[in-house]
Design a protein around this ligand. Structure first.
Ligand code: DOR
Ligand code: ZN
Length: 348
């Protein structure tokens, strides 16, 4: 295959990743460790990763499952509950075992039953985190069944995020997987202690992918993809180079039988082709020169971590690059994200 163009950038990190555990972990991890140097590891296991001891044990399992030849640094996140001990969180952070804490509103998404119902109950943890300089990652959707699913992010910003930020202005927060124009505008208007991750798939699909011409469970995730105007707002934010927006793939594997069913799980598995999809969309937007900021520079700047020394080269082939439609894991077959356009960019 001929190469028509190439782009060398600092090796990227994934600031929002689901790796699961056991046989699923072993099956999906190589697809992330191949391209990413570090990743923020989501703690929504069953049972969730709630203490520093849980995070240390989970990190060991990840490293044991990693292909030997790959370097990969899993950055561990604690799952915030109403019983989380502020002293454990801060000690875990200060010892380097914990990088961030994740707030899931109870019931918002996959394995979030132990999440937070009354945010006031976790203020002591959030105050301790602010003092220590820790990052809070938030799943920004309300769970009130009376709120339309397409409005849940905007309502969360107004009714949960804004009150937290008023109460604890120094707290450093990442609005995870932002999906709306309102979310983008809110982050843009805030001080630099608020940032947002953007997923690969939300840059590629709008809600038609899930619903038009048949129901397609492999495009269903949370927060659910919105209207086209919102996708375009995300594209502009990602391609702007603004330091407050960076990549969190939210690659979230589920086995096919748990997606292709009457009540399918939320989650899109993008790890294998994420970098190819991103190069495609940044090129389409005339912003290939901003891909490095989005995937490799803005995240470490927000997390106050060094930028990776390694580099990767993306090459544009003259023929489409073929990715497997599915991968086999010991925990079942997992469908790989199909962007619905041919991919020419490949990581060398
Ligand atoms: O689509 C999603 N999948 N959104 C989430 O917030 C959780 C994730 C998962 O764990 O499968
Ligand atoms: Zn997620």
């Amino acid at each position: 295959m001929n190469v028509t163009q190439s782009l060398t950038i600092t090796k990227p990190d994934d600031w929002h990743l689901h790796l699961r555990d056991g046989a699923m972990l072993a099956g999906v991890l190589p697809h992330s460790s191949r391209h990413f140097h570090r990743a923020i590891i989501m703690p929504n296991l069953v049972p969730p990763v709630v203490t520093t001891a849980d995070a240390r044990a989970y990190r060991e399992r990840i490293l044991a499952a990693k292909p030997r030849a790959d370097f990969f640094n899993p950055l561990m996140v604690l799952y915030l509950t109403e019983n989380t001990d502020p002293a454990d969180v801060v000690a875990g952070y200060e010892d380097g075992h914990v990088t961030a804490v994740k707030l899931y509103p109870a019931g918002a998404t996959t394995n979030s039953a132990s999440g937070v119902t009354h945010v006031e109950k976790v203020y002591p943890v959030l105050e301790a985190m602010a003092k220590a300089g820790m990052v809070l990652c938030v799943h920004g959707e309300v769970t009130d069944p009376a709120i339309d699913i397409f409005d849940r992010e905007a309502v969360f910003i107004e009714t949960v995020l804004e009150p937290i930020r008023r109460r604890i202005p120094e707290l450093r927060i990442v609005l995870e997987h932002v999906t709306t124009r309102q979310g983008v505008d809110y982050v843009r208007a805030a001080e630099d202690n608020l940032a947002a991750t953007i997923t690969t798939h939300h840059l590629v699909i709008n809600r038609n992918a899930i619903l038009a011409g048949g129901i397609r469970p492999h495009y269903y995730c949370l927060p659910v993809a919105k209207r086209e105007e919102h996708r375009l707002a995300l594209r502009r934010a990602a391609a702007s180079g603004d330091r407050r927006f960076f990549l969190g793939t939210d690659s979230a594997p589920h086995s096919d039988p748990t997606k292709e069913t009457a009540c399918g799980c939320a989650g899109i598995f993008t790890a294998p082709n994420t970098m190819s999809c991103l190069a495609h969309v940044f090129e389409e937007d005339g912003a290939l020169d901003k891909l490095e900021a989005f995937a490799s520079l803005n995240g470490p700047a927000f997390y106050r971590l060094p930028v990776n020394a390694e580099r990767i080269t993306l090459v544009k082939r003259s023929e489409p690059v073929v990715f497997p439609g599915k991968i086999e894991t010991g925990a079942g077959t997992v469908t790989v994200f199909d962007p619905m356009f041919p991919l020419y960019w490949d990581v060398q």
